[in-house]
Ligand binder design. Structure first.
Ligand code: GUN
Ligand code: ZN
Length: 416
């Protein structure tokens, strides 16, 4: 069975247990757990079995879809004010001219609160119930992001960036401070005691840190069983610099040497990976966050998603705000389809992604990429009831009324 397949239940039900005791999924952090899923014809029996009262039933309309919450596997919260700005320069110049200049302003706690609250609310508005965030270099500032996420109830990974070079002098840290602040940050996030939030080890990319620091970060991740995120092979000049800096090793080999490639690692982009690098990512269980909006805006290139998938690499979708201009994973879904269509113009053997493929990437694919698929990603019994309702009756911009005769498949296609 193709894991990228999709099941649509035309007239179905989901029973949710609000005490999280319906099944014995011990890893589940959910208060709201899925107890049963089925076809409307079986609802009567299920209601009896689960002792369900009539007043507990919520019925959706014909134009409404109940979907698993969307997952953004790569987003830079502090870059949100730059979304839509500065796409006249390729990656490394874009970082120098726009990104670091903005990020270094996050010493200001007021700015942190204002922007991070806005990012979390905006992504939730777009259906992102789980996000994997890059914070800033600053521990305090990134902790404010964790507070915003807690305030609005999103599920998230939050990472304090590690960066000791190749950025302005007032926006880098020493290796000692980098480790000290990372350890402190991890502890502080754990101390919040919110089961929906986890700290994530976040070296910016191989050009921002050296091997020694990366190794130390790899060791921390291992000791504390933490997730890891960074960037890989996004831009040709970047890849060339990595080769020059690290004795001609491949980008993936550099991370592997530092023990940063794990089943809990998600790497953004991966456009220019070699066969050997793809094999290494697959072997180590490392995932890729595909960020098509950003790849087009920064002229980075087009990632061949099918090729990565065929190598057995797990993929999710990322907005990569502010490389991506939109905080919406739905926009990333559309961009993934258009990018793959462009790729197929250039290579007749390459087949564009379908709406089912991108829906998978935005849900179960993302959950797998973040090693959360035992908890979220679809409506399997025992998982958290992590869901969104999408109503396609009135389209926000044009106020077109949608025919209510559409099947759920057609509604879903319309949504993409
Ligand atoms: N590589 C290193 N830092 C960044 C960043 O902030 N955004 C993107 N898109 N790529 C990066
Ligand atoms: Zn990024």
């Amino acid at each position: 069975v193709d894991p990228y397949s999709l099941t649509v239940i035309q007239n179905g039900f989901v029973i949710v247990d609000d005490e999280g005791k319906a099944t014995n999924n011990t890893r589940s952090t959910a208060r709201f757990q899925i107890a049963a899923v089925g076809d409307a014809a079986d609802l009567h029996t299920a209601k009896k079995k689960f002792n369900f009262a009539r007043e507990d039933l919520i019925t959706l309309g014909k134009t409404q879809l109940l979907l698993p919450g969307l997952i953004d596997t790569h987003i830079h919260a502090p870059q949100y004010p730059n979304a839509g700005l500065g796409y006249d320069k390729p990656l490394l110049e874009w970082l120098d001219n726009y990104t670091y200049k903005l990020e270094k302003q996050y010493r200001d706690q007021e700015l942190c609160k204002r922007v991070f609250d806005a990012v979390v609310r905006k992504t939730l508005d777009h259906g992102t119930t789980t996000a994997c965030y890059f914070g800033s270099l600053f521990r305090d500032s990134t902790l404010v992001l964790a507070s915003s996420v807690t305030r609005y109830g999103q599920r998230a990974f939050v990472g304090k960036i590690n960066m000791t070079k190749l950025a302005p002098e007032d926006y880098i840290e020493t290796a000692e401070k980098s480790i000290e602040d990372t350890l402190e940050f991890v502890k502080e996030v754990m101390d919040i005691g919110n089961p929906l939030i986890q700290p994530i080890i976040t070296p910016r990319f191989a050009l921002s840190v050296d091997m020694e620091l990366m190794k130390k970060l790899g060791a921390i991740a291992k000791e504390q069983n933490l997730h890891i995120q960074t960037h890989i092979s996004e831009n040709k000049d970047e890849v060339k610099m990595v080769h020059e800096l690290y004795d001609n090793k491949s980008y993936a080999d550099v991370y592997n040497e530092a023990n940063l490639l794990t089943p809990k690692t998600v790497l953004a982009h991966g456009i220019y990976l070699s066969e050997d690098e793809m094999k290494l990512l697959s072997k180590t269980g490392t995932s890729i966050s595909h960020c098509p909006e950003s790849n087009v805006n920064l002229g980075s290139g087009i990632c061949d998603v099918r090729k990565l998938k065929n190598h057995g690499i797990t993929l999710g979708l990322g907005t990569d705000v502010a490389g991506g201009a939109s905080p919406s994973i739905i926009t990333a879904m559309r961009s993934a389809i258009s990018a793959s269509t462009n790729l197929s113009f250039a290579d007749e053997n390459s087949k564009p992604l379908t709406y089912i493929d991108v829906f998978y990437l935005a849900t179960l694919g993302g959950a797998k990429a973040l090693a959360l698929d035992d908890q979220i990603g679809n409506f399997q019994v025992g998982k958290s009831f992590d869901a969104i309702i999408v109503d396609l009756d009135v389209k926000s911009s044009s106020a077109d009324y949608l025919s209510t005769d559409l099947t759920p498949q057609e509604l879903l296609q319309n949504f993409c």
